[in-house]
Design a protein around this ligand. Sequence first.
Ligand code: GDP
Length: 281
Amino acid sequence: MNIQWYPGHMTKAKRMMQEDIKLIDVVIELVDSRVPLSSKNPDIDNIAKNKSRIILLNKYDLANMEQTNQWKAWFEEQGFHVALVNSKSGAGVKAVNDVIMLACKEKIERNRRKGIINRPVRAMIVGIPNVGKSTFINSFAGKAAAKTGNRPGVTKGKQWIRLNKNVELLDTPGILWPKFEDQSVGLKLALIGSIKEEILNITELAMELIDFLKKNYPGSLKSRYELEEEGTNLETLNNIAKARGCLLKGNELDIDKAAHLLMDDFKGGKLGKITLEFPKR
Ligand code: GDP
């Protein structure tokens, strides 16, 4: 799913978020573990001021584990509660419940002091498109989600999924925009497939990826495509085309095909578990 953001679109999303956020105790923001900062919304800190905050490093199955752990520590230093999840397989998803309880500990204690017990804390999922919000909600809520939808007389509009006696989740996630005014962010989101490819030249994108991999994951291309030498970035792409028999009529190398092949391999995790940005300290 791709959303083309424009100012009106953003204003509407922001207004909806500001309304929804009044109802909730804890904001759970999903980011993509391969690009934890580039997939983060630039304005959420402001919108979610005074709320408990959780960052879920989703799709950690696709990222470099060591880097993901460093990102976890980095976000924790900024005051977030953090968990690693693979929403697709369900790994780490159950544990999010404990993270919510921990993030809302003060709120629960405050309620208890006021004599309010067993009032569930309310959570909402937010994140930019394609980060895995729906997959996470389905995995986390499981059967509870289906039950809520089927209950007769449930009013349309805001629906809460009762996860257990302590936690309720808003059933629709908040969709946020990325920092698209930053070119390097746009590039990274394109590499993970979160921005329509038509707006970018696939060969250029492949060359950027080659450049990044050579600097940060040396040998990954050589071993995947059994290249003898890599040469310049363009030569590498040519060599990938050769290695994979990407040819046009007349035996000319089909660079465009090689670029697509490389991008698909990357997105499919065939080049290994690769993180595209690293925490700065
Ligand atoms: P949303 O736009 O934020 O709601 O994102 P979706 O839930 O539609 O997920 C976008 C894509 O990412 C889908 O193809 C999911 O299968 C995939 N996805 C979601 N979570 C994970 C994950 O943890 N690991 C992997 N490998 N893929 C995931």
